[in-house]
Write a protein that binds this ligand. Sequence first.
Ligand code: KG4
Ligand code: ZN
Length: 380
Amino acid sequence: MADSRDEPLVLGIETSCDETGVGVVRGTTLLADAIASSVDEHARFGGVVPEVASRAHLEAMVPTIERALKEAGVAASDLDGIAVTAGPGLAGALLVGVSAAKAYAYALGKPLYGVNHLASHICVDQLEHGALPEPTMALLVSGGHSSLLLATDITSDVRPLGATIDDAAGEAFDKIARVLDLGFPGGPVIDRYAREGDPGAIAFPRGLTGPRDAPYDFSFSGLKTSVARWIEAKRAAGEDVPVRDVAASFQEAVADVLTRKAVRACRDEGVDHLMIGGGVAANSRLRALAQERCEAAGIRLRVPRPKLCTDNGAMVAALGAEMVARDRAASDWDLSADSSLPVTDPHVPGRSAHVPAPAAAHHHHDHDHVHEVAKDNLYS
Ligand code: KG4
Ligand code: ZN
């Protein structure tokens, strides 16, 4: 292996939701992972309030960048690039990160890489388990997303196989926790109660697992409704709600569907590595069941430690470093935040890099021609 100092030194900024994350990596080595979270400010609303998140990012941005550089023990002038989440995420929150990244990159004279939040969630595993095997199947489960992605080249080829058609997996945890009066975010507390409950106590439905259902899509709203109704019925009958059994049975339904579909996707696509990322990857039952089913199917499971699974800046830096290492085009200075950036765009290269001038000219010509024809028709 080459001297690690030859590997790209990249700072990454993540502000797509409620975490202001700034990470520094050298290649696949984590040097710093600084986080400022506004989660406490959202708790009383039971969910993330975009305006509150944006303001918190603005206040935390510069101190968090300084903290990350200090923790990494590097000078900003030594960086080989600055990476930032360009999307998807909350528009106002993304904008703060993109503006900061541009300002630092421009002032320091470093290339800027606008990268995809979902691809970053996958790439972060390099910091834990070394170079990502390609292809890798990725199950991303958080408060904002539940998707199955096939990453053939993490910098340029990420294909969505399936996604939730309603609630995200984490959202379901948060909603059930609210019905049970357990507070926000719901995942960690449900996980805790479930440890003392019986996962087979109540047979909650497994959404979209019928023979005619989309094989890789997820649905959690039916499960959520079913759990809520079950709890209401208990309360209406004046009976105690067995919180631990409800938590364990609900969690079992989610873990069962997620792992079943992920393993099936690996088999169908002939992929022998599965990574699980996003906040819900911290779930103890999901991890255990995934391990069990992967082992049975001959699939190697990779799950980063919880701190790298939830939103953070190191994951953005990890993908940025990969962009530098593979000579991907940097972003333009007019890079903008894109709240619905498609997962098929692992990064946002400068326009000059992907729209060759001759093709653009040709296209204009065709367009003019169509316009003329339309006019002719109009007047004939
Ligand atoms: O990735 P993340 O920090 O933020 C985004 O939503 O992008 O994920 C947060 C989500 C929340 O819905 C939270 O309830 C869930 O991850 N979560 C968990 C656990 N820890 C966090 N869900 C299930 N079990 C956990 N142990
Ligand atoms: Zn995320």
